[in-house]
Design a protein around this ligand. Structure first.
Ligand SMILES: Cc1ncc(COP(=O)(O)O)c(C=O)c1O
Length: 292
């Protein structure tokens, strides 16, 4: 059980025992989804793209209309302290900021703002095969779409943004799939519940334009990596028909890293050579020990 681990969690400036990192039941964010968070991975003790993650945490709060009471530098240090105090080298890191329980109305202006950072060992999002190879992921189409950007602060990594994702991923798992793939409000391919999507066709890599969903840090890293490998990457709207004609499909995200997709609904895909190249280059980059 995640809540019963040993170790410490950074909470509002202090390292507190893991089991004592509680919030009150009237916490505003529990009722109205008014918080923001990050998902990061440490490799050999170094958080990949830490600065970008903590800048995005600040930007997400800004889009939600509040200011975090800790600078990016303080959050960087706190995250590193959490890793060190918990003796973690390869870990998932979860900063979360929320509004406290002082009052309960839709408005959050009179509620205190809090920040916590937890980290724990989390080897792979999707279980590898016994021989260590990646089995490939099976997706189902989600019933829900990513909404238009004027529906809300859709570019914030905000708690309230995850309702459709949670419902869709639950349904996918119940049906025996790993995750759900969402279209956007126009019917274009958007993303998975916690990862961005890419396809390969005739040697070119395509990914949807991130104009109504999270432009993942991994997505941007993978675009850079692919171009460094001499591959062509095109950001464009992708229809489901174009996706079904793809040679390879893969998803990217901090948690999932780079994972081949072998099935979307009834459509099967091979775990292909370009995905393998990108995956290997990404694994090298995350252990390159740069915070940039
Ligand atoms: C909805 C959603 N899309 C995409 C991503 C991938 O983003 P990143 O690569 O920054 O982890 C995530 C994970 O944070 C996510 O939750």
């Amino acid at each position: 059980m995640l809540q019963n681990q040993p170790g410490v969690i950074w909470m509002d400036g202090k390292l507190v025992p893991w089991k004592d990192a509680h919030v009150h039941v009237l916490t505003h964010t529990l009722h109205y989804g008014s918080g923001v968070f990050e998902g990061e991975r440490a490799y050999d003790g170094v958080i990949f793209k830490m600065q970008e993650h903590h800048e995005r945490l600040h930007a997400s709060a800004g889009m939600m209309g509040f200011t975090l009471p800790y600078s990016v530098d303080v959050i960087n240090q706190a995250a590193m302290d959490v890793l060190q105090e918990n003796n973690l080298k390869d870990a998932y890191v979860r900063p979360v900021a929320w509004h406290g329980p002082e009052s309960l109305s839709v408005s959050s202006r009179s509620n205190s703002i809090h920040l916590a950072i937890a980290a724990w060992k989390w080897a792979s999002y999707f279980q590898p095969n016994p021989d260590g190879s990646i089995p490939g992921i099976r997706l189902i189409w989600a019933d829900w779409v990513r909404p238009a950007p004027n529906v809300g602060p859709v570019f914030a990594k905000a708690n309230g943004q995850y309702i459709a994702g949670t419902v869709s991923k639950n349904k996918a798992e119940l049906a025996g799939y790993n995750d759900a793939l969402m279209l956007d409000y126009r019917g274009y391919v958007a993303e998975c519940t916690g990862a961005n999507i890419f396809m390969v066709k005739d040697g070119t890599i395509y990914t949807p334009i991130a104009d109504c969903f999270l432009n993942g840090i991994t997505r941007r890293s993978v675009i850079d990596i692919a171009r460094q490998l001499g591959l062509t990457v095109t950001e464009q709207h992708i229809t489901p028909a174009e996706l079904s004609a793809a040679d390879e499909v893969f998803i990217t995200g901090t948690a999932v890293e780079v994972q081949p997709i072998i099935e979307i609904g009834m459509q099967k895909y091979p775990s292909g050579p370009i995905t393998t190249r990108i995956n290997q280059a990404y694994q090298k980059a995350v252990r390159g020990h740069t915070h940039a």
